[in-house]
Design a protein around this ligand. Structure first.
Ligand SMILES: Nc1nc2c(c(=O)[nH]1)N[C@H]1C(S)=C(S)[C@@H](COP(=O)(O)OP(=O)(O)OC[C@H]3O[C@@H](n4cnc5c(N)ncnc54)[C@H](O)[C@@H]3O)O[C@H]1N2
Ligand code: MOO
Length: 406
């Protein structure tokens, strides 16, 4: 029986769990998902300091302008101010980031002043009390908790952690993933491959997609279309959380995954999905591993990687937001749909006049790798919609390459 793709996705996600946590250096934490709240070891800023190059004054002295105040000295970022203080009628020349001395409560930026003789400065613009002072602990206080758990470390988050003195970080363990291709027609990429052979591009698509997510997926290799070869390869796999295979999963005489599954001890949760591309996609369990058997056609394999494997891995990696991102776009062209499967058709999303348009790719054959590169999204056409899908129709689109839109 064919399962609905969205029900299939739910099934996959239900089985996808995190694998515990570990401590890593914050400097090696890029793309890792934060597992716990982190306590700030410092006040940031550490003390009240100046937001501008200017003069640190007492507000009372400059309430009425113009006002002349005596310059006591200069404070720059990094200076120790413990013994510095201003009294009535005094100020310090101060640089951006420098600590504000005792007695000062306002900074007047250079542009609002005119320097005079006798070490005096004239304030010529009105200021509010407290102007241009960045308060101690305004960004974060010492001991406060930073809750970024469930989010991956990126440059923004990493800099926040580093700024409060964090050196080590609790992160979720990465799932261990193995990739196997199957097919007698396949060859490893190299110079001089017989032109009648098919170069295993699926495995590299899968590996690069996963490596981009911060998973170091292992490319195990190509299995021949015979059950013994596949069993042999499987028996060498140790402690993988996820095993991804491509091809040999439909109904042909030589569909090796289908034929070997029982001997391999795979317990399928579903074996056919009511979708195009990717109908034969099968998902199961074997010992402690989840098995994702992707169809061999490159578009089907890529779609199933995007639609099932990536959200599942994000969930296993500890992501709070593991779902794929969808937009609504207006179809700019036509589709013709002949069957009652849910279609995920390749479209190129264009942003114009504050709206998204979905331009269909001419041919939706599951063997056309070109369609994946020219397009950037999968437009959803419901199972019960058949015949012509006219231009102007609003469609949900899963965008797999946002950067190419804007
Ligand atoms: N009688 C039926 N035949 C087929 C059905 C069906 O329902 N009844 N489904 C079709 C659909 S839909 C798909 S999708 C394909 C998927 O079949 P398999 O997963 O068994 O894949 P293969 O037949 O082994 O290969 C399909 C195609 O993909 C190429 N391929 C395989 N591996 C790679 C790789 N690693 N890199 C690049 N290209 C690869 C392979 O050479 C084939 O051309 O089945 C239909 N048939
Ligand atoms: O996935 Mo098959 O998805 O229709 O070529």
């Amino acid at each position: 029986m064919k399962i609905d793709p969205f029900v299939a996705l739910e099934t996959v996600l239900r089985e996808s769990e995190t694998k515990g946590s570990e401590i890593v250096s914050v400097f090696d934490s890029l793309n890792r998902v934060i597992a716990k709240k982190v306590q700030s070891g410092r006040n940031l800023p550490p003390r009240d300091n100046s937001a501008m190059d200017g003069f640190a004054v007492r507000y009372e002295d400059i309430e009425t302008i113009p006002a002349a105040v005596k310059i006591k000295g200069l404070i720059k970022a990094g200076d120790n101010i413990d013994s510095l203080k201003i009294e009535k009628g005094e100020c310090y020349r101060i640089m951006t980031g420098a600590f504000v001395p005792e007695g000062a409560d306002t900074v007047v930026e250079l542009e609002a002043t005119e320097e005079e003789e006798n070490s005096k400065v004239k304030i010529v613009k009105e200021k509010k009390r407290g102007a241009n002072i960045r308060k101690r602990g305004e960004d974060i206080g010492k001991g406060d908790l930073i809750d970024m758990s469930g989010y991956p470390v990126n440059a923004y988050r990493q800099s926040r952690l580093i700024s409060v003195g964090t050196t080590v970080l609790p992160v979720y363990r990465k799932p261990k993933v193995a990739i196997i291709a199957t097919g007698d027609e396949l060859e490893y990429p190299s110079a001089g491959v017989n032109e009648d052979k098919i170069i295993d591009s699926n495995s590299f698509f899968i590996k690069s997609t996963l490596d981009n997510m911060g998973i170091d997926a292992q490319y195990i290799g190509i299995s021949k279309d015979n059950v013994e070869d596949l069993i042999d390869i499987f028996s060498g796999l140790e402690n993988y959380d996820v095993i991804v295979t491509s091809a040999g999963i439909s109904f042909g005489d030589y569909d090796v995954m289908t034929n070997a599954a029982e001997k391999l001890g795979i317990n399928w949760l579903f074996t056919t999905v009511n979708q195009k591309p990717g109908k034969p996609f099968s998902f199961g369990k074997r010992d402690g591993s989840l098995i994702f058997s992707l169809p061999g056609n490159p578009v089907s394999s890529a779609f199933c990687t995007y639609f099932y494997l990536q959200p599942a891995l994000r969930k296993m990696m500890g992501y709070k937001m593991y779902h794929n991102k969808q937009i609504t776009a207006e179809l700019n062209g036509k589709f013709h749909k002949r069957n009652e499967r849910v279609h995920f058709n390749r479209v190129n999303i264009v942003y114009d006049d504050n709206r998204f348009f979905a331009v269909p790719y001419d041919s939706q054959g599951s063997h056309l790798i070109s369609s994946l590169v020219v397009s950037n999204g999968f437009a959803v056409i419901d199972a019960d919609k058949t015949g012509e899908i006219p231009s102007g129709k609003q469609l949900k689109v899963y965008v797999y390459d946002f950067e190419s839109i804007f």
